[in-house]
Design a protein around this ligand. Structure first.
Ligand SMILES: NC(=O)C1=CN([C@@H]2O[C@H](COP(=O)(O)OP(=O)(O)OC[C@H]3O[C@@H](n4cnc5c(N)ncnc54)[C@H](O)[C@@H]3O)[C@@H](O)[C@H]2O)C=CC1
Ligand SMILES: CC(C)=CCC[C@@H](C)[C@H]1CC[C@H]2C3=C(CC[C@]12C)[C@@]1(C)CCC(=O)C[C@@H]1CC3
Length: 345
């Protein structure tokens, strides 16, 4: 009888490995002695020990070669939230994730770790120390979040101990760090256009921002602790810096670190949210005629003006998680990594 060769436990694949989080994850996996196969729609770097496979994750035939002899897969690909493209999110995050699961099963992969998002429970109203048992948002704040919910459900429901296919989801929040294409660049662009003068609301709302290396650490712990007898099978885990900070203090520290003025003047939250909603509707109506992207979308206003921070207790208990880089150090390292975004550069 032919015996099936078990893939090496030190060979893994990172879907979305060309992205911000994906690349940091690949670098840490290499440090830990893994050989890595990256699958992404684009190739953004080259590294010894990494094999690149370029393709769309919605195409199973393109995915399969990247999963050959791989026992562990990280799925951290997604279209950028700012694209606000409903069809694209549904195709990649929902149908594409079904394809990823099928390809993993066909290729004999044993573990799948999904990068979900803490936003799957966020509806635009305060969340304080939210735990994983909060219900999924009934009214998600945007298409991105709506499809991240469906994606997480698909991956967690696919966990099958009998068949030896184990899954887990990591829910980070507000990832920042060197090479982030989103948070710091958007913040600096807004400041350069003179639009970062205002604080939305009273400025006391607490939010989680998570240094990318802590997110990577959470993913690797989840993967290495995932066994058929571990409590993490088929479960989601919040991974944050575990140091909630006032949203506007975080923004001010990054801005001041890069030489820009901190926001000072307060605007009422409801006023700004209503204006953002009207602008968003106008952009939607005018889309066939012209395209414009408002800076202050309803999603960004909700994120900037409400409390939303999450408990990492489950990750601490089941995974032995503890942040490895403090918020202070994370901010300093991030600011240092963006000399080209400094005021006057
Ligand atoms: N950045 C943040 O604050 C947070 C991000 N997340 C999640 O973390 C994950 C990684 O996000 P980032 O690294 O920030 O984004 P990113 O945009 O830097 O990386 C995403 C990668 O996915 C790839 N990709 C997109 N569509 C693809 C497709 N059809 N086929 C193959 N590859 C495709 C992109 O080319 C890109 O390299 C995503 O799943 C995101 O939803 C969750 C919480 C917060
Ligand atoms: C008000 C303003 C213009 C702030 C600029 C910073 C924002 C671009 C970021 C502040 C919080 C960030 C965030 C995300 C994207 C960037 C911000 C809106 C996510 C939506 C990225 C994807 C997720 O899964 C959740 C994140 C929450 C926080």
């Amino acid at each position: 009888m032919a015996t099936r060769v078990r893939p090496s436990s030190k060979r893994c694949a990172v879907i979305g490995g060309s992205g911000f989080l994906g690349r940091h994850l690949v670098e840490k996996l290499l440090d830990r002695g893994y050989s890595v196969s990256v699958f992404d729609i684009r190739q953004s770097y080259e590294l010894p020990g990494v094999t690149f496979h370029q393709g769309d994750l919605c195409d199973k035939q393109a995915l399969l070669p990247a999963l050959k002899d791989v026992s562990l897969v990280f799925h951290c690909a997604s279209p950028a939230p700012a694209s606000d493209d409903r069809r694209l999110f549904e195709r990649v995050n929902i149908q594409g994730t079904r394809t990823v699961i099928q390809a993993c099963v066909d290729a004999g992969v044993q573990k799948l770790v999904l990068t979900s998002s803490a936003s799957v429970v966020f509806e635009g109203t305060d969340i304080k120390n939210g735990k994983e048992d909060l219900p999924y948002a009934k009214k998600p704040i945007d298409y991105y979040t709506q499809t991240k919910i469906e994606q997480e459900k698909l991956v967690l429901e696919a966990c099958d101990k009998e068949k030896g296919f184990l899954t887990v989801a990591i829910r980070p929040h507000g990832i920042f760090g060197p090479r982030d294409p989103q948070l710091v660049p958007i913040l600096v662009d807004t400041a350069r256009r003179g639009k970062m003068k205002f604080i939305i609301g009273d400025g006391t709302n607490l939010v989680d921002f998570t240094f990318v290396e802590n997110v990577v650490h959470g993913h690797i712990l989840a993967a290495e602790r995932l066994r058929s007898d571990s409590p993490s099978c088929g479960k989601p885990y919040h991974i944050t810096n575990d140091e909630p900070i006032r949203f506007w203090d975080f923004m001010s520290e990054v801005l001041v670190g890069l030489g820009y003025a901190a926001p000072r003047y307060h605007l009422p939250y409801t006023l700004v949210y209503t204006l953002a909603l009207l602008l968003w509707l106008l952009a939607l109506i005018l889309r066939p005629l012209m395209s414009f992207k408002p800076t202050f979308t309803p999603m960004r206003v909700a994120l900037a003006g409400t409390h939303h921070y999450y408990s990492c207790d489950r990750a601490k208990q089941d995974l032995g998680y503890k942040p490895v880089v403090s918020l202070k150090e994370g901010i300093a390292r991030t600011v240092q990594s963006y000399p080209h975004l400094k005021q006057g550069a």
